[in-house]
Write a protein that binds this ligand. Structure first.
Ligand code: GLC
Length: 444
């Protein structure tokens, strides 16, 4: 992780995605916002806040600040998905940001501003340095992010409508619409903003709007995304094409679309949040990042958090397998894979983002399991990772139904694999620090 540190004008500014001595960097020499959040957690737990502070300051400088009507300019408030340090002809260092304008597939970095808010919040908790977030330019940055995310769009839901691949899964995988991963992050962002905004005249409308939206979003997710045997039974007998406000099947989900695997996969007491819900659509795949973040942020009600982590523990053969943790379960196969991924060979069944194992997720698992009193589960999971991760030189991801193979194109010395493991093991040693990452039930 030390070797992955990038400096800018003699100060550490972030960590590059990977330092694989053998493979071509492509864009893995960039500092990704979502990847750095994991490094930041590890640096803070190790008592090294300076790099986090620099990252927050520099990414704020890169934030898109102009209000514009030009589709080729990043929307106001957006934080870049990644950036890289360049040296110009005069030998000066500059920062070059990517807002999806250069990214593979030109995917939108919808997650970056929310990761940024969450990071600023846990930096503040970890260091006690409340001054940084109170600086006028930080307060302005927070307002710009909310100004981007809160206005009404085309649909009348509290969830955010986003294109395919706009978060950690940054390729086509049927993750367009209202994916849980973005909604959980949005919630984390709103809750962070509520803690960080000072109570000024200028901030007040933002605070009120963020509070209202956080509550609406929470009700919506708890009610419409939750999957357990009761909910499946209700859905199985739900009326179709019911018009009007009191409809018994608000999103007109067809009971025939309940995938058979989910009926057997659920335990009596277990439950989780569906990957996506929208008009005529309920994606029942299990997305680990969104579900774990829902636990940490109290997007999940307490009993939901408990059933969710218990289900993950019960189904560890599927989710943890031989290397934690599946980003999504199960994999898309056959026609579904062809149609939803565009026959993407990188995301072939049980590979990469389509059912591969991602060690970076260890940190969220450790934090959520600690919070819900499932420390043994977290420890066992870490022990599974320890059997191979170091010996395998910290791959980016693993392939196969049971994650037994180092991923086809996985980078070695992938920074967030190292940081995810480090953060998880530091949290096992110092479980009290889970408070940096979690939010209590009550919305301020
Ligand atoms: C891959 C991942 C993405 C990550 C990037 C850098 O594109 O899907 O989430 O940020 O690699 O590690």
């Amino acid at each position: 992780m030390q070797r992955s540190i990038a400096t800018y004008r003699d100060k550490p500014v972030g960590t590059v995605a990977a330092r694989d001595p053998e493979q071509k960097a492509v864009n893995y020499d960039q500092i990704f916002t979502r990847d750095f959040v994991v490094s930041a957690a590890a640096f803070l737990l190790k008592g090294e806040p300076e790099i986090v502070r620099q990252f927050l300051k520099r990414t704020l400088e890169l934030q898109s600040r102009e209000k514009n009507m030009d589709c080729y300019t990043p929307a106001q408030g957006l934080i870049p998905a990644s950036f890289v340090v360049r040296t110009n002809e005069r030998g000066e260092e500059t920062l070059e940001a990517d807002f999806g304008n250069k990214a593979i597939g030109r995917v939108a970095p919808m997650d970056a501003p929310f990761w940024w808010l969450y990071l600023l919040r846990f930096y503040t908790k970890a260091t006690g340095d409340a001054e940084l977030a109170r600086l006028p330019r930080f307060q302005n940055g927070i307002r710009l992010i909310l100004g981007q995310a809160l206005p009404p769009r085309f649909d009348m839901f509290p969830t955010l409508l986003v294109p395919d691949g706009s978060f950690m899964i940054d390729r086509r995988l049927g993750v367009y619409g209202h994916p849980l991963e973005i909604q959980a992050l949005f919630f984390a962002g709103l809750r962070s903003a509520l803690e960080l905004l000072t109570n000024t005249e200028e901030n007040r409308p933002y605070i009120e709007a963020a509070r209202r939206r956080a509550r609406q979003l929470r009700e919506h997710i708890r009610c419409y995304y939750w999957v357990d045997l009761n909910q499946l039974t209700t859905l199985n007998r739900a009326p179709m094409d019911d018009y009007g406000e009191g409809s018994g099947n608000r999103f007109n989900i067809n009971p025939n679309a309940i995938p058979p695997w989910v009926i057997d996969w659920l335990t009596e007491e277990g439950g989780y949040f569906a990957g996506n819900v929208g008009p005529g659509r309920m994606d029942h795949r299990f997305f680990s990042g969104g579900n774990l973040l829902a636990v940490l942020t109290s997007l999940a009600a307490q009993h939901q958090a408990e059933s969710l982590v218990s289900l993950m523990e019960y189904r560890q053969n599927d989710l943890v397998a031989k290397m934690p943790l599946k980003a999504v379960f199960p994999a898309l196969t056959g026609k579904g894979w062809e149609l939803l991924t565009g026959s993407d060979l990188r995301n072939s069944p049980w590979s990469y983002q389509n059912g591969g194992g991602w060690p970076f997720l260890l940190w969220l698992l450790a934090a959520a399991a600690t919070q819900t009193g499932h420390r043994e589960f977290a420890k066992e999971t870490l022990a599974v990772a320890e059997t191979r991760l170091n010996a395998d030189q910290w791959p980016e991801y693993y392939d196969g139904r049971n994650s037994r193979l180092i991923g086809k194109e996985a980078r070695l010395y992938q920074t967030w694999s190292i940081a995810g493991y480090l953060t998880a093991s530091l949290l096992m040693q110092k479980p009290q620090y889970v408070t940096w990452f979690r939010f209590l039930e009550e919305i301020d």
